[in-house]
Design a protein around this ligand. Sequence first.
Ligand SMILES: NC(=O)c1ccc[n+]([C@@H]2O[C@H](COP(=O)([O-])OP(=O)(O)OC[C@H]3O[C@@H](n4cnc5c(N)ncnc54)[C@H](O)[C@@H]3O)[C@@H](O)[C@H]2O)c1
Ligand SMILES: O=P(O)(O)OC[C@H](O)CO
Length: 336
Amino acid sequence: MVSVGVIGSGAWGTTLALLLARKGIPTTLWDHQPARAQQMQQQRENSLFLPHFPFPDAIQVTANIAEAVQQKDLVLLVTPSQKLRDNLRLLAPYISPQTILVSASKGIELNTLQRMTEIVAAELPRSRGRIAALSGPNLSREVAEGKPTAAVVASEQLDIADQARMILTGNTFRVYTSHDVIGVELGGALKNIIAIGAGVNDGLGYGENAKAAIITRGLVEISRLGVAAGAHALTFSGLAGMGDLVASCASSLSRNQQLGQRLAGGESLSTILQSTRSVAEGVTTTQAALQLAARYQVEMPIAKQLSLVLFEDLNPHQAVTELMMRDPKGELEGFI
Ligand SMILES: NC(=O)c1ccc[n+]([C@@H]2O[C@H](COP(=O)([O-])OP(=O)(O)OC[C@H]3O[C@@H](n4cnc5c(N)ncnc54)[C@H](O)[C@@H]3O)[C@@H](O)[C@H]2O)c1
Ligand SMILES: O=P(O)(O)OC[C@H](O)CO
């Protein structure tokens, strides 16, 4: 029997631990706060981030990072993206180079502009060759409820993707494999920008035609940057591209979508961030993506307007007007 560690006990880390433990896989869930770890271990649920889903006996919660990673076949990395590097430094002394590391976080690190698996490779060089990324349309609550879900796990080493797939797959969680790590990670990260935009659209009451346009042109922006960064174009038609984009833009369960709705309602970014514990990765990803877009000299007009709304108090109505009034162009012009 394999055993798994999960670094990060927010909604998604907890959901992945539940999926594994329901299959009987011994799973150690790590929280960075000892009091929270103790509370979850005693209450046998994550009342803060994923209430009402009782923990099977196979889940053990700890704040001891050595316990969470030692002698594990696979470790899932599920912290907010901007916290991943610090946590890798904490676990580095204890992890075996044999352990498979799967990033399930969706973001790009500010300043370095690195993807999550790039950070893992940089901080844990002995683990290179055993690193993968998990992504897809995976709203945690639906997954925890056991609703049918598909995901994709990508690794440059297909045997590693395959081993991760076998461990993660369940009756209600179908996992595909891919070798396009760049595409799978950038698809998962960049869709959060567009999900905020879709939330703004909903909050403004602009309707379904406008939302379909945001999704479609958003996918063009994601693909354009992704391909410039080395991704395979077809990945953006897949689960980590179109799939996750549709789920996040359409669902009120998406925290990024919710954040967009609140922006449209007139709340400032700082007010929204202060009032929520959950991470909306699209905020930092908007900044990082625009820097990457400048590096690769690609246009991201939706991300650009969203950054003005997020960080420079541009009125959301005005941002939409700016997008509508851009110079005319052919639909396929500069597509990828
Ligand atoms: N929730 C989902 O549906 C979902 C699905 C797929 C991917 N993801 C991704 O998973 C990642 C984690 O999101 P989530 O939804 O599980 O989190 P969350 O928003 O539910 O909770 C945030 C978590 O981060 C933890 N945290 C805060 N600071 C930390 C630190 N310094 N070190 C370690 N942990 C810290 C908090 O304790 C909490 O457990 C994100 O990148 C997100 O995009 C989320
Ligand atoms: O709640 P969000 O917006 O972070 O989205 C969660 C997942 O990424 C959906 O696949």
